[in-house]
Design a protein around this ligand. Structure first.
Ligand code: GLV
Length: 325
């Protein structure tokens, strides 16, 4: 009997062992031994002949890449909840299923969002920079004052899995919740949070803190524009753990320079990994290198879920978490 071809899984970077074991039990696994993006030409070669591609948010999955994989490609499993790096139309045209990793990173990302809100409200980055600079300092009654969280209102743009977890955590700090969303949230969630739904512009104008949790789509790209930033309260804080391009970064730098909003905390950037040079010069912005889901437990859960999607696809089974365009 001729040997039966085992499906090939092309993994575009290192993954935790449990995910690789799942893939290895179902086929041949080709892992790029890197923790950073593969150069494009290498990426195109790496996916050739794959039945499923397991990839990361920095891999551009477009018609060229799908064609480089070839006609046997059944699925792309993105190890991320966001899938703005994937051309869903090109995938659908080729009959390639797309999966993401919703749910498993909600708590980690919500934790980081609160860390950023606290960092901005209490000037943690600025304080740390001061200590490390060796410049003299002393306790002072009006030294480096921040803002209380209790009694403030947080506007959540996109009350999904992550946004709702941010809201619950914020409630524990005594913060009121407003949200803006394409559709109204579940009544039980609204009641639990005591949340009010506002139009985006009203939310920006009426909240002390604003946290972004919407996906990057053609509709949300540049949504937080100069005009919208100008609506924010003078003392407001903007937190972005979603995707960089939802904010006009040059406009944000200019707005922060004027002190309105008073501060921002960013985990993601418009031209990631590049950060707008003007932001680097400002004290009132906290900058992290896209760490939202970066915990050992969460990354393992994401990788395992992506592997389960890839295996299901090559077996012709329903994907656990398909992206529905
Ligand atoms: C991280 O940014 C993700 O989309 O999972």
């Amino acid at each position: 009997m001729p040997p039966v071809d085992r499906p090939r899984f092309a993994v575009t970077g290192r993954l935790p062992a449990p995910a690789l074991e799942l893939l290895a039990a179902a086929g041949e696994v080709a892992v790029a031994d890197v923790a950073t993006p593969l150069p494009r030409e290498e990426l195109l070669r790496h996916v050739a002949g794959a039945a499923a591609i397991v990839c990361f948010l920095y891999d551009r999955v477009d018609a060229e890449l799908l064609d480089a994989a070839g006609p046997g490609l059944a699925a792309v499993a993105n190890v991320a909840v966001g899938y703005d790096n994937v051309d869903l139309v090109a995938a659908a045209e080729r009959g390639v299923a797309v999966a993401n990793t919703p749910g498993v990173l909600d708590d980690a990302t919500a934790d980081l969002t609160l860390a950023l809100l606290l960092a901005a409200a209490r000037r943690l980055g600025e304080g740390e920079r001061l200590i490390r600079s060796g410049r003299p300092w002393a306790w002072g009654f009006d030294f480096m004052l921040g803002r209380d969280l209790r009694g403030k209102r947080l506007g959540i743009v996109g009350l999904g899995g992550i946004g709702s977890r941010v809201a619950r955590r914020a409630r524990a700090f005594g913060i009121e919740i407003a949200y803006s969303n394409r559709s109204a949230a579940e009544p039980a969630l609204v009641a639990e949070l005591g949340a009010v739904r506002l139009e985006l512009d009203e939310l920006l104008a009426g909240c002390d803190f604003v946290s972004l949790h919407m996906p990057l789509t053609p509709q949300t790209r540049g949504l937080i524009s100069a005009e919208r930033l100008a609506l924010m309260k003078p003392g407001a804080i903007l937190v972005n753990t979603a995707r960089g391009p939802v904010v006009d970064e040059a406009a944000l730098a200019a707005a922060l320079r004027q002190g309105r909003p008073a501060a921002a905390a960013l985990d993601v950037y418009e031209h990631e990994p590049r950060v707008h040079p003007e932001l680097l010069e400002l004290e009132n912005v906290t900058l992290l290198p896209h760490l939202g889901s970066a915990t050992v437990e969460t990354r393992e859960a994401m990788a395992t879920l992506a592997a389960r999607n890839a295996v299901a696809a090559v077996r012709g089974e329903a994907l656990p978490t398909p992206v529905v365009a």
